[in-house]
Ligand binder design. Structure first.
Ligand SMILES: Nc1ncnc2c1ncn2[C@@H]1O[C@H](COP(=O)(O)OP(=O)(O)OP(=O)(O)O)[C@@H](O)[C@H]1O
Ligand SMILES: [Mg+2]
Length: 259
């Protein structure tokens, strides 16, 4: 098991946001978390990445209690692309991507040839070579998103956690990012946990889908078990027709009306 939570509860102030969440991801899997706005998806991701503290319950990373692992070790193991990102607008793409190497840098050491090769690889993988000297503040939403993904890649993580990685991207870059995620998963065996709002994309690119509703897990399983009429009705309040995408071998739906 790469990541597992046991009866995880998270509070903001007095408000219980995650209620007894039992989430688990096997090594090498792509797991997508879906759920309505405000259902707790980002909160779960923040808890997994230790950005916020659990109120109760446990989180295990490779079988170890996450609160006993040194921060730098966690950063070498997993890279996180948060939904809301904070960075000064006046650093270059290349600088941003190079931050991904810091967890691997020994104290007082500078980035050597090997680190720089990985930075270049991450920039190329995300199609940013021509933009590498541009300031982050001058990029389009989509270009900026790719720069963040490049930074996460430069971390060379075993686990990649992405909160809505396709936001701001046009459809072609959305697919490119998801294809990239799939390729990294297949060729480098990176375990992927992501949040997506597009349920058809979730069905197409995930081994498993985890459904959150009002801070509680309500379903977990293979896409063909999740993308069902009843679930779409119960969780997303939509009436939908479900079809089979024979080319990509996954289900897809067309929303019919809001209930
Ligand atoms: N810092 C905070 N302080 C107080 N409440 C918060 C805080 N962050 C999130 N919440 C609340 O926790 C709940 C879950 O938020 P979260 O961001 O996890 O939802 P989400 O599923 O990621 O939604 P979205 O699809 O809109 O990104 C929401 O009701 C939100 O208002
Ligand atoms: Mg969110």
């Amino acid at each position: 098991m790469a990541i597992e939570t046991k009866n995880l509860q998270v509070k903001y102030g007095d408000k219980l946001i995650l209620k007894n969440v039992n989430f688990k991801v096997d090594r090498g899997e792509i797991v997508t978390i879906i759920g309505p706005n405000g259902s707790g998806k980002s909160t779960l991701i923040k808890a997994l990445s230790r950005f916020i503290k659990a109120y109760s319950g446990k989180i295990y990373l490779n079988g170890r209690d996450i609160y006993t692992i040194p921060t730098k070790e966690i950063a070498r193991e997993m890279a996180i692309l948060p939904q809301v990102k904070h960075v000064s607008a006046d650093i270059t793409v290349e600088n941003l991507v190079s931050y991904g190497r810091y967890p691997h840098l020994k104290f007082g050491k500078r980035l050597d040839k090997n680190h720089k090769e990985i930075i270049t690889w991450a920039i190329e993988k995300t199609g940013l070579s021509k933009l590498k000297n541009r300031y982050i503040g001058t990029l389009s939403g989509g270009e900026r998103q790719r720069a963040w993904i490049a930074m996460a890649l430069a971390q060379k993580p075993n686990i990649l956690i992405l909160d809505e990685p396709t936001t701001y991207l046009d459809i072609s870059y959305q697919l490119e990012v998801l294809e990239l995620v799939k390729e990294l998963n297949e060729s480098l065996k990176i375990t992927v946990i992501m949040v997506l709002h597009d349920l058809n994309q979730a069905a197409r690119y995930s081994d498993k889908i985890y459904v959150l509703k009002s801070g509680e897990s309500c379903q977990y399983g293979r896409p063909d078990r999740i993308l069902e009429k009843k679930l779409l009705k119960d969780v997303f309040r939509i009436d939908a027709h479900i079809y089979e995408d024979k080319v990509n071998n996954c289900p897809y739906f067309i929303p019919h009306k809001i209930i």
